[in-house]
Write a protein that binds this ligand. Structure first.
Ligand code: IPM
Ligand code: MN
Length: 356
């Protein structure tokens, strides 16, 4: 009898999203079959095209349905003909806020066989995790215009940081760092020398919570210094915790040093609620339908989803298969240079899982 079963809401989205999600589902099905748990997938057509056709970004009805799922698996949202901000705010950010997915988790790992632009650094040097606050900061939409369109125009965009929001994020990071059990070092990334209110709250909260985690070494660095060290000494990092905007920026820098968007996956997590997992690379409209995109980012998003759902063994097997294929089978992790197609990468990973 199959005891564990999960309802997964699938949002393939725009551009190359559907092609990579298809490979992710292939891998998820392979691993669930081997390890005897059930995944039921329900597709939701959200995205740019759906918006153009129906006017829906993310309706209350769809949100209610998403809330019924165990997790959400997303491909990509983004459309070249739609004004920037509409889909991002209307779908992605609305989902994060409505489901209170207060953690954006971004594992950064350079796998063997993957090229990094950082000279003289290898897999032993690049292995850390960014814990980004995902519901506050500059992303809340607080602010506004005065005298818009006149020479006296004023635009204000406020960073909202609540004690509760900051503390739950920092606590998550400490717990994560403890469970990860690597260097057991948590670095707070801030800007206490300029943003003296927001990051004073962050730093005080960090120091207070740290007293409950005597086994974790703590460190602090300004965001600009983090960018510098990430390129020069990435091996210094184990877990980094930071606010929404800084987390967004350093995540892309980190994605590049792990081999690029073909590898980078992320989770938008509510630890007790419904979380969403996605490759962070975007919809790549010019590559749509060509079968050249690396689906590994989407596959690793699936891996992160299973990890979060508690299917640890399945998550380990996916990671093992990904590591093997990156090391032995792909010429490169970059789009169009892999030496095989999007679906062939999925097939290679499935074949390895089947052999376990
Ligand atoms: C990300 C993305 C989003 C963000 C955009 C698409 C709104 O860049 O998930 O990092 O800024 O959070
Ligand atoms: Mn981003």
């Amino acid at each position: 009898m199959k005891s564990r079963s999960y309802n997964i809401a699938v949002v393939p989205g725009d551009g190359t999203g559907p092609e990579v999600v298809q490979e992710g589902i292939k891998v998820l099905n392979a691993v669930s079959k081997k390890l005897d748990f059930t995944l039921s997938f329900t597709h939701f057509p959200l995205g740019g095209e759906h918006y153009q056709k129906t006017g829906e970004l993310l309706s209350e009805t769809t949100l209610a349905a998403l809330k019924q799922s165990d997790a959400i698996y997303l491909g990509a949202i983004g459309h070249p003909d739609i004004t920037p901000g509409i889909l991002e705010k209307g779908i992605l950010l609305t989902m994060r806020f409505a489901l209170d997915q207060y953690i954006n988790l971004r594992p950064i790992k350079l796998y063997e066989g993957v090229e990094t632009p950082i000279k003289d650094k290898g897999p032993q040097d690049i292995d850390f995790v960014i814990v980004r606050e995902n519901t506050e900061g500059l992303y809340t939409g607080a602010g506004g215009y005065l005298k818009k369109g006149t020479p006296d125009e004023v635009a204000v965009q406020e960073s909202i940081n609540t004690r509760k929001g900051v503390e739950r994020c920092i606590r998550y990071a400490f717990e994560y760092c403890r469970q990860r059990n690597k260097a057991k070092k948590l670095t707070l990334c801030g800007k206490t020398n300029v943003l003296t209110y927001a990051f004073d709250l962050w730093k005080r909260t960090f120091e207070e919570v740290s007293r409950e985690y005597p086994d974790i070494t703590t460190d602090y660095a300004h965001v600009d210094a983090i960018c510098m060290w990430m390129v020069k000494n990435p091996e210094w990092f184990d877990v980094i915790v930071t606010d929404n905007m800084f987390g967004d920026i350093i995540s892309d820098l980190a994605a590049m040093i792990q081999g690029g968007m073909g590898i980078a996956a992320g989770g938008n997590i509510h630890p007790e609620g419904v979380s969403m997992f996605e490759p962070i690379g975007g919809s790549a409209p010019k590559y749509t339908g060509m079968g050249v995109i690396n689906p590994i980012a989407a596959i690793l998003a699936g891996q992160l989803m299973l990890q979060t759902l508690g299917e640890t063994q399945a998550a380990q097997w996916i990671e093992k298969a990904v590591a093997k294929v990156l090391k032995n089978d792909l010429k490169s992790a970059s789009a169009g240079k892999m030496g095989c197609s999007t679906s062939e990468v999925g097939d290679l990973i499935v074949a390895f899982i089947d052999s376990l």
